[in-house]
Design a protein around this ligand. Structure first.
Ligand SMILES: CC(C)(COP(=O)(O)OP(=O)(O)OC[C@H]1O[C@@H](n2cnc3c(N)ncnc32)[C@H](O)[C@@H]1OP(=O)(O)O)[C@@H](O)C(=O)NCCC(=O)NCCS
Length: 209
């Protein structure tokens, strides 16, 4: 069983360094500022709504994590401490299916394509495996074909379509060996899981902490 440290350094495709760590209650200002930086397309893809801001209740919900039923990994820029945050991925246990959790991920537009979404989702898999989850469910807008297709290349299956939303079910991967398929996406995902399995606790006293 791979046990991830709660904070680790991860080098991205462009060789920049991200700190991946559990979200904390003190992260509310990061969420507020990070949301400001999201395009309307990204907001709509994540929340299925044209939100102008996150409400106080949403900010509390997104940052008050119990790490048992609700897990959230965030990414910070170690090379640019003034950037509030690069992205976040979370799962929340489904009340009626105790070994299934709803998954969602958001990367700020300027940080997309650098491997962060992949890395944060891989962190979610390892955390979920350690916590005994079997699968993720993920609702994706039918218009967000890129993400829905990517999840399917990583082994997710379509569980249903309803009102413009595709529901996917994705078996939790406890490690690289559990990733099915020979697509490039699957290969990258396996490599990321292998790198994470070697990750050490980040101990740097850095301004982004
Ligand atoms: C969808 C989203 C989370 C993707 O995150 P991202 O950080 O841009 O994605 P990544 O950079 O990790 O992956 C992009 C591609 O790069 C590839 N990649 C990642 N790391 C790589 C690496 N080290 N080497 C080579 N390729 C790599 C991935 O495999 C992926 O390829 P694919 O599309 O062919 O599968 C992001 O675009 C986003 O937040 N969108 C708005 C909100 C949203 O749609 N959320 C989903 C619904 S909850």
């Amino acid at each position: 069983m791979i046990k991830l440290p709660p904070a680790l350094e991860f080098v991205l495709r462009d060789d920049s360094r991200a700190l991946l760590r559990w979200v904390r209650e003190g992260d509310i200002p990061r969420f507020r500022a990070g949301f400001e930086q999201l395009s309307d397309t990204a907001r709509f893809s994540r929340f299925f709504d044209h939100l102008n801001r996150l409400s106080e209740a949403q900010l509390r919900y997104f940052t008050q994590i119990d790490y048992v039923n609700h897990m959230a990994w965030g990414a910070l820029d170690l090379d640019r401490p003034s950037v509030p945050g690069l992205g976040v991925a979370r799962y929340v246990r489904l009340p009626k299916q105790q070994r299934v959790a709803d998954l969602a991920v958001t990367i700020t537009d300027s940080a997309q394509g650098s491997g962060l979404g992949t890395a944060l989702m891989a962190c979610l898999h390892l955390s979920a495996a350690e916590a005994g989850f079997e699968a993720f469910s993920c609702d994706v807008l039918e218009t967000n074909t890129g993400f829905a297709e990517r999840l399917q290349r990583l082994g997710a299956e379509v569980a249903g379509h309803n009102d413009g939303i595709i529901s996917l079910r994705w078996a939790v991967c406890a490690g690289a060996d559990a990733v099915a398929g020979d697509s490039n996406s699957a290969k990258v995902f396996r490599e990321v899981l292998e790198r994470l399995a070697e990750a050490k606790l980040f101990r740097g006293a850095h301004p982004v902490e």
